[in-house]
Ligand binder design. Structure first.
Ligand SMILES: *[C@@H]1O[C@H](CO)[C@@H](O)[C@H](O)[C@H]1NC(C)=O
Ligand SMILES: *[C@@H]1O[C@H](CO)[C@@H](O)[C@H](O)[C@H]1NC(C)=O
Length: 988
């Protein structure tokens, strides 16, 4: 017995020792990893999203900490991914103790200081992503020890100095496939010594640095390269022919803005283009801004037909465009501008039917504009300016329904403006200036409502009157009709071009008075009517303008008194020269006769008598208000005053006073209240001129965040203009009262139509719904891609979509929108008013928020695309994303997705039952069906979980435009289809 007992005791002891050894070893690694992560955490200065909160030495297992992934045995940390978490602070060298780490991703944060060289001892590292931080100093040479590294991304930091040679050339066969050091301040040569082989390399991105020297010959060993971007450096030498010809996989080659030259003493581009012929999947060629000499060789037509873009602009290329270029049938962008090219424009260009943008400006092209260009169906931009083109503008341009910008200025074009240009209903810019065009301005062209940016017909031989139709251009910013022979009077209807900032009618033969309405244009900054035969007084409305900066009345027959008040206070005599009848207080003008002055004196005495009692009446309320001012001080973050200063300077909208708003809204009476939100209240009002407005009054008792949101809405509205975005009338900002004045949309919000409280059907049919979705897509695409500052809306939903008289949809409520400078929309920010706010309240509305916002990602344009997707699905299903149905875990888009594609028919049928009333012809049922299905598919595409998989808003808008076109003209489609069937039958 004793023997047995001793044996089992011994056994137990062995087991305990064995376990202690094994567990001890496991623990040792986990403990080391834990300790090193904790010292990494200690170095973090700011963690606004509280990502590292669960990184606790007690309690939670290290493998469960946010951003951590362990191996299967859960005893080694193999991945640390904290990308896009707004973390600030240095990168602790202690990370070097995570000896099994394979992926280290700290990109898109605010990490600062140097990259610790110790990271070079993470021998198992395969991915190192530190891009989009604030890292500075040299790249540590020790990173070259990372032999297993596949993916290296240090782009968009502040790194400087030379790239260490060890990085690319550490041992005989590096495993690197992706290298991105772009957008830093790196200098010196690309360190790839002869004999170095980056055999696996597929992406080399070094753009926007200060690199010098030639492209190293050893790069030819990377024969699998797909993407080479060396743009915007100071590289030199001949175009790297020997390297490129070894790269049959090449897809993107960007060498623009360097100092490359072509072969044979900068005269021959053919050898280099020949080297690209074998790259069968080649997509984009960018060689702009290099001073390349030589002709464009015909061999360019032998490049891959997959080629989508060619940029050869800003070089020294001469000769003519080889017609062979038209073999490149997939080309969408051709930029040959700013070269020394001559000859005629080959009509064969029209064989490239996918062309969207063609830039041939600033060359010496001659001959006529080939009418065949009108056959390029998707042409959106045609810039032929600054050439020697002659003949007239082809009538065929009428076919270019997608054309947005037509620039033909500074040529020798003659003939008349074809009225058919009026059919280019998407035109935003039309510049025909500095040609020899004659005839009248066709009313069709003057009536192009789409013109958003500018109309420039100056310096031609146009005659006849200013067409009344010009008044339809209510979005145009600038109109220049100067230096023609235009006659007649200036129509007062020009006052309807309300967006106009610049109006130049100078050097014509215009007569009659200057209409008062011109001075009332709310955004007018520059007005030039000089050298005409205008008469009468200069309208006081101009003097009262809050926006006018520059004006020229010279050389007309104006008369009367001009004072140097208001908008005229900064003007000198130069603006009034050559008008014998003018007098007044502008220095250099003769004094007016005394009688007027006398009159004024009496008036001012009368006024001063009147003013005293007014003060008495208003004294009390003014004093009373100071209480509110003190109240407001609590929310004053210091920048409020600056903001008001800025608004005073910048936001010179028509002034509507507080008193006028009080009157318009019946003293903000309960009966004019039409809405309320977390910002305050919205009142309906009628101004004295009977215009109906919505006054959005900020409740000053709300917190500072809302105040910030009000300010952002002002900022956004000031900077955007688009027919599908609500337009601000004015902002009323005083210390005790802040309000936005917007036009009141007679048809209310989309929400109201979708969910009528009367239980009746909402009345919007499928055609209207498609049109509304298209409007919204256009408006948001403008915010994302075309507005002067990129704007992320952040809160797209039916209640933020308003409908005007003719059911055009306008996107509104920019209260939580985010302005993003340039294109780097994802740069995290520590700005307290932006999205990192911990409670997530500001991230948009439940049901519409993109899932990644919940995971702490910044507000992004992809987030808006998600919301738009939800909106589409909501419209199709007639179900709110916040519906009870969806409370059990799944969301609206998940629910639709679960029905797609096999069970989607029931959803489509229900949508048709709801949105296709009897008045819509049943024979088109297939079309209604297609359209609903398309909306569902687009909605699902937009509402994908992975933000990078979602389409851009621009693509969405394009797609919606197609759907709208399809649905708005079903009869033509049906005829086509029937026609096809008949054909098929007769063939059969
Ligand atoms: C044009 O590009 C598309 C998409 O890359 C491709 O499928 C097609 O084959 C190309 N066309 C030609 C003629 O190469
Ligand atoms: C184009 O320019 C070249 C010189 O670069 C000249 O020899 C040629 O005659 C010009 N062609 C035309 C059509 O003007």
């Amino acid at each position: 017995m004793i023997g047995v007992q001793r044996f089992s005791l011994f056994n137990l002891l062995c087991l305990i020792i064995f376990l202690a050894v094994v567990l001890g070893q496991e623990n040792a690694q986990t403990m080391r990893d834990k300790a090193s992560l904790l010292s990494f955490k200690t170095a973090i200065v700011s963690d606004p999203q509280h990502v590292l909160e669960d990184w606790n030495s007690l309690g939670v297992h290290v493998c469960n900490w946010s951003g951590i992934r362990c191996n299967k045995g859960r005893d080694q940390v193999v991945e640390l991914d904290l990308s896009g978490r707004s973390l600030r602070g240095p990168i602790s060298p202690a990370l070097a103790n995570l000896s099994s780490l394979s992926i280290l991703d700290l990109s898109r944060n605010l990490f600062e200081g140097h990259i610790p060289g110790e990271i070079g001892s993470l021998f198992n590292l395969r991915q190192l992503s530190l891009s989009s931080n604030l890292l500075e100093g040299n790249i540590a040479a020790e990173l070259g020890f990372l032999h297993k590294l596949v993916y290296l991304d240090l782009g968009s930091n502040r790194l400087e100095g030379e790239i260490p040679g060890t990085l690319f050339c550490n041992h005989s066969s590096s495993s690197l496939q992706y290298i991105d050091l772009s957008n830093n301040s790196l200098s010196g040569k690309i360190p790839l010594a002869d004999g170095c082989k980056l055999k696996q390399l597929r992406f080399l991105l070094l753009w926007s640095n200060h690199l010098v020297g030639q492209v190293p010959a050893a790069l030819a060993n990377s024969s699998g390269l797909e993407w080479l971007d060396l743009e915007s450096n100071m590289l030199s030498g001949k175009l790297p022919l020997e390297i490129i010809q070894k790269m049959p996989q090449l897809q993107y080659l960007y060498l623009s803005y360097n100092g490359f030259v072509s072969h044979n003493g900068n005269t021959n581009l053919e050898p280099f283009l020949t080297s690209l012929v074998n790259a069968s999947n080649f997509q984009e060629l960018e060689l702009a801004g290099n001073n390349l000499g030589g002709e464009i060789p015909p061999i360019i037509g032998n490049l891959s037909t997959n080629l989508v873009q060619i940029h050869l602009d800003a070089n020294l290329l001469y000769g003519s465009i080889p017609p062979q270029i038209s073999n490149l049938v997939n080309l969408t962008l051709l930029n040959l501008s700013s070269n020394l090219l001559n000859g005629t424009i080959p009509p064969k260009l029209c064989q490239m039917t996918k062309l969207e943008r063609v830039y041939l400006s600033n060359n010496s092209f001659s001959g006529e504009i080939p009418p065949a260009l009108g056959d390029i169906p998707h042409l959106g931009l045609l810039d032929l300016s600054k050439n020697k083109l002659s003949g007239s503008i082809p009538d065929s341009f009428a076919n270019l329904s997608q054309l947005r910008r037509l620039l033909l200025y500074e040529n020798q074009l003659s003939g008349t403006i074809p009225p058919s240009l009026g059919k280019c209903i998407n035109l935003e810019i039309l510049d025909l200036s500095h040609n020899q065009i004659s005839g009248v301005i066709p009313s069709e062209v003057a009536g192009l409502r789409s013109l958003k940016l500018y109309l420039n017909l100056s310096s031609n031989h146009l005659h006849g009157p200013l067409p009344m139709e010009l008044s339809k251009m209510d979005m145009v910013l600038a109109v220049d009709l100067s230096s023609n022979n235009l006659s007649g009077t200036i129509p007062s209807q020009l006052g309807s071009c309300i967006a106009i900032e610049y109006l130049n009618l100078s050097v014509n033969s215009l007569e009659g008075p200057l209409p008062v309405s011109i001075g009332k244009l709310p955004y007018l900054q520059k007005l030039d009517v000089s050298s005409n035969q205008l008469i009468g007084e200069i309208p006081e409305s101009l003097q009262d303008s809050l926006t006018l900066k520059k004006v020229n009345f010279s050389f007309n027959n104006f008369s009367g008194n001009v004072s140097s008040k208001g908008a005229f206070s900064s003007l000198t005599i130069d603006s009034f020269l050559g008008n014998v009848g003018l007098c007044g207080s502008i220095k250099g003008l003769p004094n007016c006769r005394k009688k007027h002055a006398h009159h004024l004196a009496i008036l001012s005495i009368l006024l001063s008598l009147l003013i005293t009692p007014i003060f008495c009446i208003f004294g009390y309320p003014l004093m009373h208000r100071s209480k509110f001012q003190r109240h407001l001080a609590i929310f004053d973050h210091g920048d409020l005053r600056d903001d008001e200063e800025e608004e005073k300077k910048e936001l010179k909208y028509p002034r509507i006073s507080y008193e006028q708003l009080v009157e318009a809204t019946g003293g903000f009476s309960a009966s004019s209240l039409i809405g309320a939100g977390r910002f305050g209240h919205v009142y309906k009002g009628v101004l004295q001129d009977n215009s109906v407005i919505a006054v959005k009054v900020l409740d000053l008792k709300t917190d500072g965040e809302i105040l910030g949101s009000f300010k952002r809405e002002c900022q956004v509205l000031k900077r955007t203009r688009h027919r599908n975005l609500i337009r601000i009338i004015t902002a009323c900002s005083r210390p005790d009262f802040k309000a936005l004045v917007l036009p009141l949309m007679s048809n209310g919000s989309l929400e109201r139509h979708l969910y009528s409280s009367h239980g009746l059907s909402h009345g919007l049919n499928l055609i209207q719904l498609v049109s509304i979705c298209n409007d919204v897509a256009e408006g948001v695409a403008y915010l994302h891609h075309h507005s002067p500052v990129r704007v992320v809306h952040c809160d797209l939903k039916p209640s933020n979509i308003l409908l005007d008289d003719d059911m055009t949809a306008l996107v509104t409520d920019f209260g939580i929108a985010r302005l993003v400078k340039g294109s780097d929309e994802n740069i995290p920010t520590n700005d307290s008013t932006s999205f990192s706010s911990a409670d997530g309240l500001l991230c948009g509305s439940i049901g519409y928020i993109a899932p990644e916002y919940g995971m702490g990602k910044c507000a992004s344009i992809e987030g808006d695309v998600f919301s738009f997707g939800v909106l589409l699905l909501e419209i199709v299903t007639g179900r709110r994303p916040t519906d009870v149905l969806f409370h059990e875990g799944s969301s609206l888009h998940e629910w639709v997705k679960s029905h797609y594609p096999s069970r989607v028919d029931s959803i489509v049928q229900q949508a048709i039952d709801r949105c296709v009333p009897d008045s819509m012809p049943k024979q088109y049922n297939k079309i209604w069906w297609d359209v609903v299905l398309e909306l569902i598919e687009l909605g699902l595409m937009c509402a994908q979980y992975n933000p990078s998989m979602r389409p851009s808003m621009q693509d969405v808008a394009h797609e919606m435009g197609r759907v709208k076109e399809y649905i708005s003209n079903p009869s033509s489609l049906l005829i086509e289809e029937v026609g096809l069937k008949v054909d098929a039958l007769s063939l059969g």
